[in-house]
Design a protein around this ligand. Structure first.
Ligand code: COA
Ligand code: AMP
Length: 628
């Protein structure tokens, strides 16, 4: 414990000393003598002369220090009625064996491996096995369709893909194999082999030339030892949505990642080795990478791997059941999950059925934490409800209430203060810091701290153009907001076309690209509109080509199916209306912000530069049947 402001100041006064000290918590092969190499800025290298192995830090060192019999993973899957505990020793064996299997297939340091899997322990085994041998994993969220998977295959060019026969959604089984086969067919890059984990609930038909059965493959695999890699070697690539349809491949290195995540466990989440930590997210997202897999394991905690939903599996009491059953100390989830729980169980009756006294705090991120939900949680759980803010790119919290340092006063609506490592400033369009209370572009002074992205995969130029070109010497977060007189941050909206649907980051640009592929669509616009459960949902407007003789209803159904097939069900694209034209400025820019305001029924003004004012009346009429 200490005082946040003192620690923040000590970081600001000498950031090299600060991170040099934190690096000592990691097991290095070669200890770094140099903390930061900024010779090739803005491509910074943290701990440039250090070597380590991420998997060793996550598993082997704990087995060596006597945690072998402690649970590393508790897998709880209400959708398959399965519960399973895996100790650190068992995990070490399974990961070493799968790493041996990868080596047998010719996977070597630096090779990419795509992991397209549901929330099962084997997904974590595959990730850690890659880390063990220096291969670079790229996990693709199961809710993405073949096309999205194919785009990622072509971008990172994996030697091997690891997948499973199926995933379980509450209302259906998702067959992964047809999705995977279609992606391989679409992709130009040739994958050497696919490893398929056959689940009991559904066995996939394997193609002898392409597929290998996980269980068969590991039978005669040797147990691979962790290899030393450079701190700056890539550990993983995680694709995230940007302004265009092409996702950005965020690259995370090994050294900075281990140092920053380890620091965050004590200092932000206030958990100790041996504690049970639960991030109710998915391994396909950054929250899953950082706080289901790596950080809890670096810290010697027990991590919960939950394959289910906050409601309906079987009910809104599942979260409380898990907390009570496994004595969870910290829960981290997205506000949307708890909005769903609150909607189904407004009085919190389920909570009363369980002893949740182990719960010390609840952390929220992924989207704005709405005050209604936060206040409900405070009332029902009687623990600190901590909003914190970060992104795929940063890899760990930018702003938080660092409970392990000092519990700062909570201001509902704010994720509190910048963490050491982050010099956050709110800038005007001219790149000048705005006065307190004024809205601006939330930006971070370079260099970003250890653990933040080092670049975009095979796209250094895009990295600079996407994040570093608007404000000199600053990283642009893409979020807009303000700071108050106590430096508390308030995150209000995005400055780009990214929307946040049920805590999932999606690109409206990608949806527009999919819609434009429909033969009858001449023009389209997709905006994120308010939804009281998911925060935002996409809403599409389309204009049809002359000569289209289908009914509007038929075209709308077809385009909804198209987005589902091209991007995936996770896009939750269900609302679309046909209009005769889109509102545009005289220079041809679609007025998406005004469309959004009309749908959200908030005050809007006729833009001065609009070329066809009558179109707004037509939009209002078209949106009515959709409930807007
Ligand atoms: N594989 C295949 N399909 C998936 C999937 C996966 N891994 N995850 C979601 N989907 C599908 C769902 O089945 C659903 O399909 P449907 O349109 O046929 O019903 C669609 O994608 C949307 O899913 P989801 O966003 O989960 O919405 P939902 O209506 O099923 O559930 C919530 C609503 C709020 C309960 C749910 O969104 C939730 O738990 N959100 C928390 C999100 C989260 O943890 N985010 C991580 C950031 S920290
Ligand atoms: P992702 O990269 O998927 O983690 O999404 C990151 C984006 O989600 C951020 O840039 C924000 O727009 C949004 N976000 C994450 N956490 C918060 C939060 N606590 N409050 C408001 N928005 C958030």
């Amino acid at each position: 414990m200490g005082y946040y402001r003192d620690i923040y100041k000590s970081w600001k006064n000498d950031h090299l000393k600060f991170w040099g000290k934190q690096a000592k918590a990691i097991a290095w092969g070669k200890k770094p003598k140099k903390i930061l190499d900024d010779l090739n800025s803005p491509f910074y290298k943290w701990f440039p002369d250090g070597t380590l192995n991420t998997c060793y830090n996550a598993i082997d060192r704990h087995v060596l220090s006597g945690r072998g019999e402690q649970d590393a993973i508790i897998y709880d899957s209400p959708v398959t009625n399965t519960k399973k505990r895996i100790t650190y020793s068992q995990l070490q064996y399974q990961v070493s064996q799968f790493a041996g299997a990868l080596i047998k297939l010719g996977v070597i340091k630096g090779d990419r491996v795509i992991i397209y899997m549901p929330m099962i322990p084997e997904a974590l085994v595959a990730m850690l096995a890659c880390a063990r041998i220096g291969a670079v994993h790229s996990v693709v969220f199961g809710g993405f369709a073949s096309n999205e998977l194919a785009v990622r295959i072509d971008d990172c060019k994996p030697k091997v893909i690891v997948s499973a026969s199926c995933g379980h959604e509450p209302n259906r089984i998702i067959e992964y194999k047809p999705l995977l086969d279609k992606a391989i067919e679409i992709a130009k890059h040739q994958v050497k082999k696919c490893i398929i984990f056959q689940r009991d609930s559904l066995k996939a038909q394997l193609k002898p030339t392409q597929d290998l059965d996980w269980s068969e493959l590991i039978k005669d695999a040797f147990l691979a030892k962790p290899i030393e890699v450079d701190a700056n070697d890539p550990l993983y690539i995680l694709y995230t949505s940007g302004t265009t349809g092409k996702p950005k491949g965020v690259v995370r290195d090994n050294g900075g990642h281990a140092v920053s995540l380890k620091w965050s466990m004590n200092n932000i989440y206030d958990v100790q080795p041996g504690d049970v930590y639960w991030a109710a997210s998915d391994i396909g997202w950054v929250v899953g990478h950082s706080y289901i897999v790596y950080a809890p394991l670096f810290h010697g905690c027990t991590t919960i791997l939950f394959e289910g939903k906050p409601i309906g599996t079987p009910n809104a009491g599942t979260f409380w059941r898990i907390i009570s059953e496994y004595k969870v100390k910290v829960l981290f989830t997205a506000p949307t999950a708890l909005r769903a729980v609150k909607r189904d169980d407004p009085k919190g009756d389920f909570i009363k059925n369980f002893d949740i006294t182990s719960l010390q705090s609840l952390f929220l991120a992924g989207e704005r934490a709405d005050p209604d939900t936060v206040l409900w949680l405070e009332d029902k759980l009687k623990v600190p409800i901590i909003d914190h803010w970060w992104q795929t790119e940063t890899g760990w919290p930018v702003a938080a209430n660092p409970l392990g340092i000092e519990a700062l006063p909570i201001k509902t609506g704010s994720p509190t203060l910048a963490m050491p490592g982050y010099d956050v400033q709110v800038l005007s369009e001219e790149g000048v810091e705005v006065p307190r209370g004024t809205l601006g572009a939330i930006s971070i002074k370079l260099p970003l701290p250890p653990g933040s992205l080092s670049t975009l995969w095979s796209a250094d130029d895009r990295y600079i153009e996407s994040y570093l070109s608007t404000f000199k010497n600053y990283y642009e977060t893409g979020d807009a907001g303000y700071q108050d007189e106590d430096d508390y941050l308030y995150i209000m909206s995005r400055t780009d076309d990214v929307i946040n649907v049920a805590g999932h980051r999606l690109s409206t640009g990608a949806m527009e690209e999919a819609l434009s592929n429909h033969i009858d669509v001449a023009e389209c616009a997709v905006v994120g509109v308010y939804d009281n459960l998911k925060g935002q949902v996409p809403l599409g407007l389309i204009c049809l080509n002359n000569g289209c003789n289908k009914t509007h209803e038929d075209v709308c159904k077809e385009v909804v199916d198209l987005v589902r097939n091209e991007i995936g069900p996770v896009a939750a694209f269900k609302s679309v209306a046909v209009v005769s034209s889109l509102p545009k400025t005289r220079s041809g820019k679609i007025l998406r912000a005004t469309i959004r305001k009309i749908a959200d029924k908030v005050d809007w003004e006729m833009p001065a530069t609009v070329d066809n004012p009558l179109v707004f009346e037509e939009i209002k009429k078209a949106l009515k049947p959709l409930g807007y």
